[in-house]
Design a protein around this ligand. Sequence first.
Ligand code: 4AD
Ligand code: MG
Length: 506
Amino acid sequence: MTHAAAGFRHVSVQELTAYEGQEVTLKGWLYNKRGSKHLQFLMVRDGTGLVQCVVAADSVDVDAWRIAEEATQESALIVTGKIVADERQAGGVELVVSTLKLVGESVEYPITPKEHGIDFLMSHRHLWLRSRLPWAILRIRNRLIVAIHTFFQDRGFLQMDAPILTGNAVEGTSSLFELDYFDEKAYLTQSGQLYGEAMAMAFGRIYTFGPTFRAEKSKTRRHLTEFWMIEPEMAFFDLDMTLDLAEDLLVYMIGDVLAHCKEELAMLERDLAPLERVRKPFPRISYTEAVELLCSNETVDMLSVRIQALEEENAALAEELAANRKRYGQAKKSERRRLDAREIVIHRRTGEIAEALQNLPAWKASARSFKWGSDFGGSDETVLTWHFDRPIMVHRYPAAVKAFYMKRDPDDVRLAMALDVLAPEGYGEIIGGGERATDLVFLEEQIAAHQLPKEAFEWYLDLRRFGSVPHAGFGLGLERMLTWIAGIDHVRETIPFPRLMGRIAP
Ligand code: 4AD
Ligand code: MG
């Protein structure tokens, strides 16, 4: 009879420290291993964490020893043994194995600890999810979702769901996914906002949190075709109240992740200082002020300093790489492992630097020649955020670059009462929203001016016919927010199965 059958308690890796000195059973997969003639060190992951399991040839039966010797990466295992303290281990404990069972073998697992290209990893996303970095990133995603619900529920907002199949466009017609709905045209929703407005008139303060779709025909590091948006919508709210709410939400989310995801952030080697600086108040600047800043000498100087710093960093990394390679020949096995890992990091960083050095001169030129009235491009937003140490809130954009439903600024009708929040460290727009137009006739004109079919919006216009009130809201892109928090350079790693132009599988 095995020990597991004898009834040792099944515990998860994250609970192990509470079982020091006791015998427990762990169920998981072999992450990697090393060993010698009489000893095998199995790193076992169970989804909650990773623990070292030590198998000694003379303290397990022959079957168990053979499993320990032969088990390959990602074999599924049931391990029983005693939990002992070991301060060199990440969780402070290891498991001394008494029995070992193979549940499912794993032959030639395609993702190995060596470096793989991003396309290879993306094509193996169903397996790649088991690796350390996806683990860390997606656990933060879960925490953000918890924080969002807590934030809104504590403030009396109701979560309401907007439909995914819709008959009307929200954010312009160029990025619609169209489908055939029993011989009628329908679309995948771009935003729950218009429905959010109806629900705000019924319930006061609501938020929707659902998948949204945009047929983005460009490949950028900020765009998915399917992403999750959090959209609060509030009756009797103006632009300033909405800016306050967005600020409170972001401060709350960051504080919550800093408090609950230390281990994950450390695995991502995230510099915490920029996150810790996310305190109120955030700078609030108008679009017009943002344009002035973008075109200023200050921006030119800042970019020149950046280019020089990157060139210096690049030279230092090249030197280090050459020195490491020289050392490799004489290095011990453990040292070689460290050098291999470092080489991967250096490659990644020099790739980023090369790209930045290629882009920055063009960005400088684009910022310099930016004309009032245009919408900010991704690079303009990036450059703007480099001037500040925390998120910035840009408000009052030219109405011409915003959606049809925006309220106009009573002090300058060229402007919409819009708000965008730009994340620091170059990440750019994470929130878009503003105050909504309340006047029926004005909205009818806007629908016509945007060449939208009026019939599809009759229900929306009813909200202005029956008790129209000032109201406002915004949309926060979950994946954009997480890209910034995790400090990674592409949004595709922030959702379990990303949908991008040119990628629908797995
Ligand atoms: O600025 P957007 O287009 O605003 C709206 O959709 C409004 N109707 C929201 C509202 O007021 N209720 O999108 C809002 C946010 C962006 O700031 C960004 O974070 C995210 O949604 N987003 C995307 N994220 C990933 N991939 C894309 N293609 C995205 N497009 C927008
Ligand atoms: Mg936007």
